[in-house]
Design a binder for this molecule. Structure first.
Ligand code: MG
Length: 374
């Protein structure tokens, strides 16, 4: 595969709009490397270790959690960024931060919080929550609140998965609404999809939720890869053949992402970061073939994994518990830890309760739930 370099649209760290609170430069780390390190040292980052990705840890010791998932996304995103000649440091910082605002229990936790918030005409969005974490909830530095990240990392946190329109959310107006984020941020969700679509297959296969034959019948590209693996390693155990096929499938999606971005950029004829920002659509995309495979994987996972009996039951249990604990604290804010109880005297109670629950790990949530709601 040729090395398609897109150096002209790499976001140069020298062009960063900088930090909210000015700081002296570091002698040997650039600003995006410092941001990456600050994210890794944040409490919210460490808590990802005990937050569900898809499967809860009670079922097996081998499943991904949100931290190991984040590491897989960072590794894929960095590879893509390096091959394309983009800014690896900015890409890595964004990949490491991409799930930092996730509440306990994966998407069901997010939906449950959103539902509870909607009663107050408000909502929960994990990207906005991530911004609040890095702007104010982390207290590690004497000179400023939060992590004091560069503009581009904060912008990427807000915009990696969707555009914001002018006037849509007043507190986000500083993040260039109406403009696309740099390509480094546009890659993140696609690297995320390549990572979780294959990782979820791996975890679900070990949980016995489907067979390789069933996956072959639904995803043409997988069937093709599996055919070649079986021809090359006919004596290998079926589990080994599955894993060998899966690693080639990751490679196929990642190569398709590199190819898709390169083709889109060349076709659009953009040659500067500003042109990427002003281009009417995102240029971060899979090639047509990889997009089709990615969509087939998603369909298969929805049909066979995400709505499987075991996962649906688990989600229903955590979702109703989240809503129950939310109600409890909204009615009894005096029962919140002192810091939050204090906050609840100045801020809307539902927002403070939401922040408190969103920050919890899965196991801390159950401990609090058991002491107040059981
Ligand atoms: Mg993710």
């Amino acid at each position: 595969m040729p090395q398609p370099r897109l150096n002209a649209i790499r976001f140069p760290v020298e062009l960063s709009r900088g930090r909210r609170y000015e700081e002296a430069p570091h002698p040997y780390r650039n600003e995006f490397q410092r941001d990456r390190d600050r994210i890794i040292h944040a409490r919210a980052f460490r808590r990802l270790e005990d937050k569900t990705q898809v499967f809860t840890s009670g079922l097996s010791d081998h499943f991904r959690n949100r931290l190991t998932h984040t590491i897989e996304v960072a590794q894929i995103a960095r590879t893509v960024s390096a091959v394309l000649g983009l800014n690896e440091d900015l890409t890595e910082a964004l990949a490491l931060a991409h799930d930092i605002g996730h509440p306990p229990f994966g998407h069901s936790g997010e939906e449950a919080l959103n539902l509870s918030m909607s009663r107050f005409g408000d909502r929960f969005d994990h990207n906005l929550h991530a911004l609040r974490i890095v702007e104010s909830f982390e207290h590690r530095y004497a000179a400023f609140p939060g992590l004091n990240l560069t503009f581009e990392v904060r912008e990427g946190i807000v915009k990696h998965s969707r555009e914001i329109q002018p006037g849509e959310t007043p507190e986000l107006d500083e993040y260039l609404p109406g403009l696309r984020p740099p390509l480094e941020a546009q890659l993140i969700d696609l690297a995320d999809e390549a990572a979780y679509n294959t990782a979820d297959l791996d975890d679900a296969y070990s949980a016995g939720l489907f067979t390789a034959d069933e996956l072959s019948a639904s995803v043409r590209q997988y069937a093709e890869i599996r055919h070649w693996v079986a021809a090359e390693f006919p004596a290998a155990q079926s589990r080994t053949q599955f894993l060998e096929s899966l690693r080639r499938l990751i490679d196929y999606l990642v190569s398709g992402l590199i190819d898709g971005v390169h083709t889109a950029v060349c076709r659009a004829g953009v040659g500067t970061v500003d042109e990427v920002r002003c281009y009417p659509t995102r240029l971060g995309m899979f090639s047509d073939a990889a997009r089709e495979t990615n969509a087939a994987l998603k369909r298969f996972l929805r049909e066979r994994v995400y709505f499987s009996e075991a996962l649906v039951a688990e989600r229903a249990r955590s979702s109703s518990a989240v809503q129950e604990l939310f109600e409890y604290f909204v009615n009894r804010p005096d029962q919140l830890p002192e810091l939050y109880a204090d906050e609840a005297r100045r801020e809307p109670v539902h927002r403070v309760v939401c922040d408190y629950i969103a920050g919890m790990t899965d196991s801390f949530f159950w401990r609090v739930y058991e002491s107040f709601c059981m």
